[in-house]
Design a protein around this ligand. Structure first.
Ligand code: ZN
Length: 182
């Protein structure tokens, strides 16, 4: 089973490319989504973006308000509601950390199903939060990027202590981010 890429692994800081059905991909869209669901279930996550398992494609899965895992290919937010709410969010790429994130409570999102049929969803609550979190991933944005300078520095400090294995590139990225926040 695919491993989860943890912050600040290069692939989760990158912007993903749209899924192009014409491109022959040995992975296959449905295979990718099935893999993502299996990895997410194993780690008891509420959603996952493809780049979290190293695939730089715009594919997400998220838990809907009925507790079912849904997928969305090439998702795009059409509309953000004016009302916002703040809640603690965790992330499988930052295991052990939770940070407060403020997001619009309601969104309208469009994309494709795993059979590549167009779909538009009006979503609210936890589901809307989850979809926004996963779409952030496709743009290389993580929950720490929603934090103000000081909170971000505290979170990054904590993460450096939590994460035992950092390679040289990750270490220098984190040190640079910490310096920027100081
Ligand atoms: Zn995440």
């Amino acid at each position: 089973m695919a491993a989860i890429c943890e912050y600040p692994n290069g692939v989760i800081l990158k912007t993903c490319e749209p899924w192009e059905p014409s491109v022959i991909d040995p992975y296959g869209l449905q295979g990718l989504i099935a893999d993502m669901k299996a990895v997410c279930a194993l780690h008891k996550g509420q959603g996952l973006a493809a780049n979290q398992i190293g695939v730089l494609k715009r594919v997400i899965i998220f838990q809907d308000n009925q507790g079912q895992m849904q997928s969305l290919v090439n998702p795009e937010i059409l509309e953000l509601g004016s009302e916002t709410s703040t809640a603690m969010e965790g992330c499988l790429s930052l295991p052990g950390l939770q940070v407060k994130v403020t997001r619009p409570t309601e969104i309208t999102v469009t994309g494709l199903t795993e059979n590549l049929e167009p779909v538009t969803l009006v979503s609210e609550g936890l589901e809307a939060r989850c979809i926004q979190h996963e779409i952030d991933h496709l743009n290389g944005v993580l929950i720490v990027d929603h934090q103000g300078r000081l909170n971000r520095k505290m979170t990054l400090d904590k993460w450096m202590k939590l994460r035992k294995k950092l390679d040289r590139a990750e270490m220098s990225y984190l040190n640079r981010e910490l310096k920027r926040a100081a």
